[in-house]
Design a binder for this molecule. Structure first.
Ligand code: AGP
Length: 368
């Protein structure tokens, strides 16, 4: 154990720090600059079959379901293919109408999650093509699917998924690029995304520099019993993921919401003891999220903001700011989740929780 921890106190922390390398591995050999697209060896479908896809279903559980939400935004924006995101545990027992030419992706770190496996088998039985986005080579889901893409993130041992999540987001970005280039996305558009992807491991490396700052923030709010996570567009799934990370390893109740949805109920939770974590990097909804932040501040709620390092406005509203590098909106999920992973880690440590093996949880849920 000592050897594989490589000097880190916990697997979760080690895996958080492995993310730049995991992202490089996810991209290795898969970006084709000449054709401004991505390449995947294992889809087992011809470009013609992939071009005729009319709908994509992304399914998974927990953190993998969160990356599916990121995938929905990406594929719809870059490839203009309608996407549905389904909890695998619901999809397996529901009987939704699924059109011909629908492609079903099961997203899973372990490849052994019972509900994801069953959902893929059920859709396959009905005649739809199934693909896996999976980390564990040769796992049950990798075998059951018609084809797929491996994350190559290396073993993830901490129960809280970290590097698998960011690798899933990276694979989904490359898939969106690939589907986009089979359809409407221009050569220049594809080139731009490739260059932006190349910058992502470095941006995550830089985001990791916030660790000391995050520790201070966790220290300040360690007695909180409720935390809200709020973000919009590409940062809405990040809010859900930040809240899940906090719940599972620190046992602090947390809720993730699209920031503007807060007014429809969750804002009633805001009081001086309930911190709100706003994910507010630069982008088209920046002003809107800042306005949502003002609303929480006006009600006396403490505010922790995850903002880009060049943002001069956020200090005037937030009580505590955690800085991350600025990246294009489509890639923000990969970078903005890093401080939230660290925040849950430090909260859990301060509260004496078993970070790598939280109570009641298993690394992979192989039973219903
Ligand atoms: C993540 O932190 C969780 N432990 C959990 O939600 C997990 O993502 C879920 O059980 C799905 O697992 P999978 O990716 O191995 O299918």
């Amino acid at each position: 154990d000592e050897v594989s921890l490589q000097g880190f106190d916990h697997y979760m922390l080690k895996e958080i720090y492995e993310q730049p390398e995991a992202l490089r591995n996810a991209m290795r050999g898969r970006l084709d600059e000449e054709n401004a697209t991505a390449v995947f060896g294992g889809l087992n479908l011809t470009p013609q079959q992939l071009r005729s896809v009319e709908r994509i279903i992304l399914t998974g559980c927990g953190t993998s379901w969160h990356s599916a939400l990121v995938g929905e935004y990406l594929i719809e924006e870059l490839a203009r293919i309608p996407v549905s995101v389904e909890y695998a545990s619901e999809l397996r027992y529901r009987n939704p109408p699924i059109e011909n030419n629908t492609l079903v992706f099961g997203i899973t770190q372990s490849g052994e999650t019972a509900d994801t496996l069953a959902a893929l088998r059920e859709t396959k039985r009905k005649g739809h093509r199934t693909l896996a986005i999976c980390n564990v080579v040769g796992s049950s889901i990798a075998q059951a699917a018609d084809g797929g893409v491996y994350l190559h993130a290396g073993p993830e041992i901490g129960v809280a998924s970290t590097k698998a999540y960011t690798s899933q987001c990276c694979i989904l970005t490359m898939l969106a690029l690939y589907f986009g280039r089979l359809r409407h996305l221009s050569y220049e558009g594809g080139q731009r995304i490739i260059q932006e992807l190349y910058g992502i491991p470095g941006a995550v490396q830089e985001a990791l520099n916030c660790n000391e700052r995050v520790k201070e923030v966790a220290n300040k709010y360690q007695d909180a019993t409720n935390v809200l996570y709020l973000g919009r567009q590409y940062n809405f799934p990040t809010a859900l993921e930040g809240a899940l990370k906090l719940k599972e390893i620190s046992y602090i109740h947390a809720e993730g919401y699209p920031a503007a949805e807060m007014k429809h109920g969750p804002i009633a939770l805001v009081d001086t003891k309930t911190p709100s974590v706003f994910i507010v990097p630069q982008g088209s909804t920046y002003d809107k999220v800042m306005a949502n932040m003002e609303e929480v501040k006006a009600r006396g709620g403490p505010i922790i903001a995850v903002a880009t390092k060049e943002d001069p406005m956020v200090d005037a509203v937030a009580d505590d700011v955690i800085r991350i590098p600025d990246v294009p909106s489509i890639l923000q999920p990969i970078v903005s989740v890093v401080p939230l992973q660290l925040l849950s880690y430090h909260f859990a440590l301060l509260r004496g929780c078993d970070v790598d093996k939280p109570r009641n949880l298993a690394k992979s849920v192989t039973v219903e």
